[in-house]
Design a protein around this ligand. Structure first.
Ligand code: ADP
Ligand code: ADP
Length: 234
């Protein structure tokens, strides 16, 4: 069974100017442990696809299966568990500015009802994994962009997710910082076997770490497969 299976998914939005077809018959299979790049220009449908994968949105047609299960098949409790299995990081990090680094990482753990001591121990372990254990008491405003993204990665890993969705996660970073974040993502993929989905408009990111790629254009998958096969000169 695939970790993520997108089957003939279409998504239409009704707007005052008429119907927008954000996704048109998209099919993808993402296997456990893949680093799967989804690349395309602005408006290609990437964010819509991510929201469908995260069960934030339901396709108009077709199915999104995470480990064989659809949104409709889950109870409220199962849906919450499912969301814990999917970590997310974003272009603008989305950290809580009024909270320290360690409290940012603890935040999802508190929401899950973890005790303070347990949450802080886990957060420190995660900060060590992302190389920021010595900045635990700092505030986001005191950190560089790359460091902020490391905090966001630690936070995303707090619930031991099976899947990490990265939505333009390196788009606000310079090339050198981008390379170090990609290296970190690769090491997390190897260490925990986490499936990583990378949404990007940057070809270099796909070439750098992805095992597979889908190229999106106007809501459709124009091409998909192994990066080594799609790009002639990797
Ligand atoms: P990308 O992430 O590749 O930039 P999006 O998924 O954001 O693409 O958008 C795909 C298309 O769907 C665009 O034409 C966009 O304007 C449209 N779209 C996305 N979300 C909505 C929405 N909530 N309502 C109406 N149209 C939307
Ligand atoms: P071990 O070194 O014992 O084989 P791992 O390297 O798999 O264990 O995990 C080390 C620590 O990382 C453990 O405390 C575990 O809770 C945590 N961990 C395991 N899987 C994940 C995950 N998907 N995301 C974040 N942390 C994880």
């Amino acid at each position: 069974m695939s970790e993520i299976e997108i089957k003939n998914v279409s998504k239409k939005y009704e707007t005052k100017d008429g119907t927008v077809e954000a996704l048109k018959n998209v099919s993808l299979s993402i296997e456990q442990g893949d680093i799967y790049g989804i690349i395309g220009m602005s408006g290609a449908g990437k964010s819509t696809l991510v929201r469908c994968m995260n069960f934030l949105e339901e396709p108009t047609e077709g199915q999104v299966l995470i480990k064989g299960r659809t949104l409709g098949s889950l109870s409220k409790k199962e849906l919450r568990k499912q969301r814990e299995d999917i970590g997310m990081i974003f272009q603008h990090f989305n950290l809580l500015m009024q909270k320290s680094v360690i409290d940012n990482v603890c935040f999802p753990l508190y929401i899950q009802g973890k005790k303070k001591k347990e949450a802080r121990a886990k957060a420190l372990e995660l900060l060590e994994i992302v190389g920021l254990q010595d900045r635990a008491k700092a505030y986001p405003a005191q950190l560089s962009g790359g460091q902020k993204q490391r905090v966001a990665i630690a936070r995303a890993l707090a619930s031991n997710p099976k899947i990490l969705l990265c939505d333009e996660a390196t788009s606000a970073l310079d090339p050198q910082t981008t390379a170090s974040i990609l290296e970190l993502l690769e090491s997390i993929n190897k260490r925990f076997g986490i499936t990583i989905v990378i949404i990007t408009h940057q070809m270099s990111v796909v070439r750098e770490i992805c095992t597979h790629v889908a190229i999106m254009k106007d809501g459709q998958v124009a091409e998909k497969g192994l990066v080594t096969e799609i790009f002639e000169h990797p």
